[in-house]
Ligand binder design. Structure first.
Ligand SMILES: [Zn+2]
Length: 282
């Protein structure tokens, strides 16, 4: 039989599951490792901190096993190609775990990690990674290990999430708003800025931000939209009594008392240029 090290799939090493894989292999190949007689009278349990729990068939065998301890450990480690097991713990009660393939779950945190679902891409990755394993039972076990590994990693990440302060949806730590709420708040903010600028078009960013906290880029975008709307209104009717003065105040950031005839004339020039040039060529 080949040493386990020679047949260890590279992917198990790369994802840090080599110990779990090694331990599973020892238990799966128990008969080959210890031989027919010992295998017939023992059932390997789990390996934890290099201690293998071993159930014996009866009291006589439990005693007999203790005399074979060093021999069994040596056989296991020869197979593993390293010191995988340093001690054996004998257990009364025979083959207890046979019906319980999911015994690992007893060690899992009793929280709602079960709600964590794997993506199809993650399931596919697990299939791909375990495909080289020829043994059906081993492949099934490794699939379960990998899916738990991924589930727990996701769960740990999820535990650090915090609720969006607006809608309560969980967000990765650091963001106090979810993407949707952040977009909604910014859109609502731009809408408020537009309304404010229609009433007070001379406002600059600093003053506007005093009334409506906003980013400079949102203010600039809202201001551009108001300018475009006023320009269009003024171009439609150069005698519009409101659009032209408002546009002048906006472009010069000048209040009603501060705009001059010259400013209005310059603005009118802009409006004329716009109305003469087709919109598509602007
Ligand atoms: Zn939200």
């Amino acid at each position: 039989m080949n040493s386990l090290r020679e047949i260890m799939p590279r992917m198990m090493k790369s994802i840090g599951l080599e110990k779990r894989y090694r331990d599973e292999m020892i238990i799966l190949n128990w008969r080959q490792i210890v031989g027919e007689e010992i295998a017939a009278n023992t059932r390997p349990g789990k390996i934890s901190r290099r201690v293998l729990t071993l159930a014996a068939k009866n009291a006589v065998w439990a005693h007999h096993l203790s005399t074979l301890k060093e021999e069994i450990i040596a056989k296991i480690n020869t197979y593993a190609g390293e010191k995988a097991v340093s001690d054996l713990k004998f257990q009364a009660g025979y083959f207890r775990n046979d019906q319980n393939e999911n015994k690992d779950e007893d060690e899992l945190p009793a929280m709602n990690w079960r709600e964590v679902r794997l993506e199809n891409s993650e399931k596919k990755a697990i299939e791909t990674m375990t495909a080289p394993l020829a043994d059906d039972l081993l492949r099934a076990k490794m699939k379960r290990l990998l899916s738990k590994e991924i589930t727990f990693r996701k769960f740990r990440r999820r535990q650090e999430w915090q609720p969006c302060r607006k809608c309560g949806v969980l967000r990765p730590a650091g963001d106090d708003l979810c993407v949707t709420c952040a977009a909604e708040i910014r859109a609502a903010g731009r809408d408020s800025i537009r309304k404010l600028l229609r009433d007070a078009p001379w406002l600059g960013y600093e003053e506007c931000a005093r009334y409506i906290p906003c980013r400079r880029s949102d203010f600039a975008a809202a201001r551009d939209e108001v300018a475009e709307a006023l320009l269009t209104a003024a171009a439609r009717d150069v005698n519009d009594p409101v659009a032209l003065p408002l546009l002048t105040m906006l472009l010069y950031k000048a209040g009603p008392q501060a705009i001059t005839e010259e400013m209005i004339a310059n603005t009118l020039e802009k409006v004329r240029r716009k109305s003469n040039v087709p919109a598509s060529r602007r």
